[in-house]
Design a protein around this ligand. Structure first.
Ligand code: HEM
Length: 517
């Protein structure tokens, strides 16, 4: 009995002593090893047990990351729970992620809400890199987003913008104080534009239109949510208790019914597929044509439609909202822009694509808006497929990488007086004259870059240019209640795309141009 007791006490003690000895030896031995065997991790803000760095983030993480990067540098390692997240905040480091190592960061992390809503990632945005993703992206680019297709949607842009202008005119003359809610109106406009170009019709004013619109709005809202179980797998049960799982399931089911209805409707009266139909007709034709070589199934078609909707509506509306907010804050810039647009359009009613091409100041205003207000400030996250070095730091396989386009647009290394809204910086003979947002200049990357870069740039820019040129041509704008530009609140609202915290309200005064009947 004695012996057993002695034995049961000394044995664990021996293990502890040997473990301690082993750890000390390893530590001492590690010091002797060449430094290449040790990980050179990026600098990190101090983290807490279990939650990691989550306590340092608020509802606008791009701003918190920007603040932290000032202290820790342009490559920073954080932890969401125990999961490593690298945030990069300079043009040089963004280039390393999206150009030098684009293939290593070509996939996206899988979050459960997005996975469920996009049919298990059967869309372009979340599909794993490979043949399926390539096929789907090429269908999207060739049949909806190529320059040729974007031009072909000119009549949709023209009709929808004319309706928009008419609505502003009606509001301005009927409302007591002439105030229009531009934020709300831009959202409706981009919604209708995408639905008409891609699905052949809009939903806002149809029967059941209100229901469809609120379903789509709820879908966009859910896309901005990361379930707690994605960060702390052991807390996955919380989404079952707090109703998130149930809500996602309901929205996914209602969306599926809506999309099935849409597909049935198009199948019953297709408008000619490749010979002039809309995007959904063309995709259905490819789907039905076994000889096309594409292996898309019905779920991918529905996921693709959701991609177009999610990618193309809110993002474009946000750019218009911020552009007008900045123009109202900077009357000098507004005046220059109106002068340019009115001189080019002269007394005509219609603004043509050729006119838009000549509007260099307007293009500079749009670039400056995208520099300070990228709609998705952290782009869409990527994940490291293997161990890799970024700016000499070790980044391990599985690390999530976020590119802070918002911080890069404000980096004094790339921009003079970065906080100033100054479109002139992009004009001829200026320092940033050749900088563009197409994914080649890493100091301006609102659309991302590389293989996973946004395919919708031409589509979005065509809408933004046309709408902006029309509204500054046809109206003079001011803030309501005698507010001065400098008083306009420009704080941001949290969400998957970053809108103004408060809706943009403005007063439109008609100009005496020919357009006005
Ligand atoms: C101002 C408007 C827009 C902005 C700021 C924007 C921004 C972005 C960003 C930041 C990404 C991720 C890029 C990356 O990971 O490098 C992206 C991807 C994507 N965007 Fe856009 N986007 C806009 C308009 C559009 C439009 C109009 C469409 C389609 C109708 C669209 C469809 C997509 C798709 C499908 C992807 C996923 C690409 C992939 O993963 O391969 N976007 N967009």
């Amino acid at each position: 009995m004695e012996e057993i007791q002695l034995h049961s006490f000394t044995f664990p003690l021996l293990i502890i002593i040997s473990l301690f000895f082993f750890l000390s030896i390893t530590k001492w031995f590690n010091k002797l090893l060449p430094s290449t065997n040790k990980k050179n991790l990026p600098p990190s803000p101090r983290k807490l047990p279990i939650i990691g760095n989550l306590h340092q983030l608020g509802p606008l993480p791009h701003q918190d990351f920007h603040f932290l990067a000032r202290k820790h540098g342009p490559v920073m390692l954080l932890h969401f729970g125990s999961g490593p997240v690298v945030v990069v905040s300079s043009a040089e480091t963004a280039r390393e992620i999206m150009k030098t190592h684009d293939l290593t960061f070509v996939n996206r992390p899988h979050y459960s809400v997005q996975k469920k809503l996009f049919y298990d990632g059967k869309d372009v945005s979340f599909a794993p890199y490979g043949e399926f993703w390539r096929q789907l992206k090429s269908i999207l680019v060739v049949h909806l987003l190529s320059n040729k297709m974007v031009q072909s949607f000119r009549s949709v842009r023209k009709d929808e913008t004319a309706l928009f202008v008419e609505k502003i005119r009606e509001y301005s003359s009927s409302l007591e104080k002439n105030v229009v809610n531009l934020s709300e109106m831009f959202s409706e406009l981009t919604n209708d534009g995408i639905c008409r170009s891609a699905f052949g019709r809009k939903y806002g004013d149809s029967e059941n239109g209100g229901k469809s619109m609120s379903l789509l709005a709820e879908f966009l809202e859910l896309l901005g949510i990361i379930s707690i179980g994605d960060i702390f797998p052991w807390l996955g049960w919380i989404s079952r208790v707090n109703g998130l799982d149930k809500r996602v399931r309901r929205v996914a089911k209602e969306l599926d019914d809506f999309l099935e209805g849409l597909i049935r409707e198009r199948m019953e009266k297709p408008e000619g597929g490749k010979n002039g139909g809309n995007f959904i007709d063309i995709v259905l034709e490819i789907f039905n044509d076994k000889a096309s070589g594409f292996s898309v199934d019905r779920d991918s078609i529905k996921a693709l439609i959701l991609d177009v909707y999610a990618g193309g509506t809110d993002t474009t509306a946000t750019v218009l909202e911020w552009a007008m907010a900045e123009l109202l804050r900077h009357p000098r810039v507004m005046e220059n822009l109106q002068k340019e647009v009115r001189e080019i359009v002269k007394g005509k009613n219609d603004i043509t694509d050729e006119d838009l091409e000549k509007m260099h100041y307007m293009k500079a205003v749009i670039k400056e808006t995208l520099r300070l207000h990228p709609p998705s400030p952290l782009l869409v996250p990527r994940v490291a497929d293997k161990d890799v070095k970024i700016k000499g730091y070790d980044v391990s396989k599985g690390t999530i990488v976020m590119v802070n386009a918002w911080a890069i647009g404000r980096d004094p290394q790339s921009w003079d007086e970065p906080e100033k809204f100054e479109p002139e910086r992009f004009l001829k003979n200026s320092k940033n004259e050749n900088v563009d947002f197409k994914g080649l200049d890493f100091e301006l990357i609102p659309f991302g870059a590389g293989r996973r870069g946004c395919p919708g740039i031409s589509f979005a820019v065509a809408t933004i240019e046309f709408v902006l040129a029309n509204i500054v041509h046809k109206f003079n704008w001011e803030l309501p209640d005698g507010l001065h530009g400098k008083d306009l609140d420009v704080s941001e609202k949290a969400g998957v795309t970053i809108h103004k915290a408060n809706p943009l309200l403005a007063v439109a005064n008609r100009t005496k141009c020919l357009w006005y009947r």
